[in-house]
Design a protein around this ligand. Sequence first.
Ligand code: NDP
Length: 294
Amino acid sequence: MTTVIDGNAVASDLRDRLTGRIDDLATEGVTPTLATVLMSDDPASETYVSMKQSDCEEVGIATRDVEIDPDAPAERLFDTLDDLNSDPEVDGVLVQMPTPDQVADSEVIRRLDPMKDVDGFHPENVGLLVRGDPRYKPCTPHGVQHLLDHAGVETEGADVVIVGRSNIVGKPLANMLLQKTAGGNATVTVCHSRTDDLAAHTGRADIVVAAAGVPELVDGSMLAEDSVVIDVGVNRVETEDGSTLVGDVAFDSASELASAITPVPGGVGPMTRAMLLYNTVKAAHLRRDLAFDG
Ligand code: NDP
């Protein structure tokens, strides 16, 4: 019998905890503030930004909504980031990716004050994570780690196979699970599109994390009995009636083997959103030298 891990419930618990931290900050006269920067007219990006803002408002984080003409020169964005970096009231800055062609994403990430980099993508924050002294863990892998912990899944000594090596999911997650700390101490294999015989890897894993962006790439035939399956993928696929969201895991066949599994939607997605709030509240503490115990 498989357990379906309810990401909405776990995210809701985390948001409640953060609301308590935000109330404590209010007694010190501090309101955590997140600035979102959108340089795109892509409807999906607009939706993501407005979802992030309403998540913030729900828990008491203030938002700044900065929109930049997608045809503007890169300097316009960099000047905006400089202003936000030096604004003492802004704790976190999130630049919605992708940015237009004239702006290199890597330059945007480097331009941010690392203390305000609540995505955790700045090279300084990546370095701290790799060294085992994380400041801001990137939201999606942090969400995966939190879900595993919440579901009582022991990572110490576990054979973990991550499918996907992106800078935002696969690589940081591999680093996090490797650390000599609680929620780490796993033996980690990272697979990618050039991996020879993916099923040979997933089929011997205690924990499989699928983050490839390929609909239903991992099915039950590729899993060991009683493994834990975390599905990061979000893929929109056409159906007879329109379209639907599916993950990177074939849920029905995987559920027959897995001891625990995350659904899509309702698994990792809500955790990613909650972890942005977590990092923003953490930033509000760190920038004022206040202790933050999560
Ligand atoms: P990327 O496209 O950046 O990376 C995908 C990775 O998967 C690459 O490393 C790629 O290999 C690997 N890959 C692709 N095809 C295969 C294959 N057939 N076999 C093995 N590996 C493969 O994606 P992201 O990491 O940004 O996102 C992954 C998925 O997670 C997407 O569906 C995305 O929408 C979703 N996502 C969900 C989030 C959430 O909150 N739930 C947040 C972020 C992402 P290679 O490096 O060789 O190209």
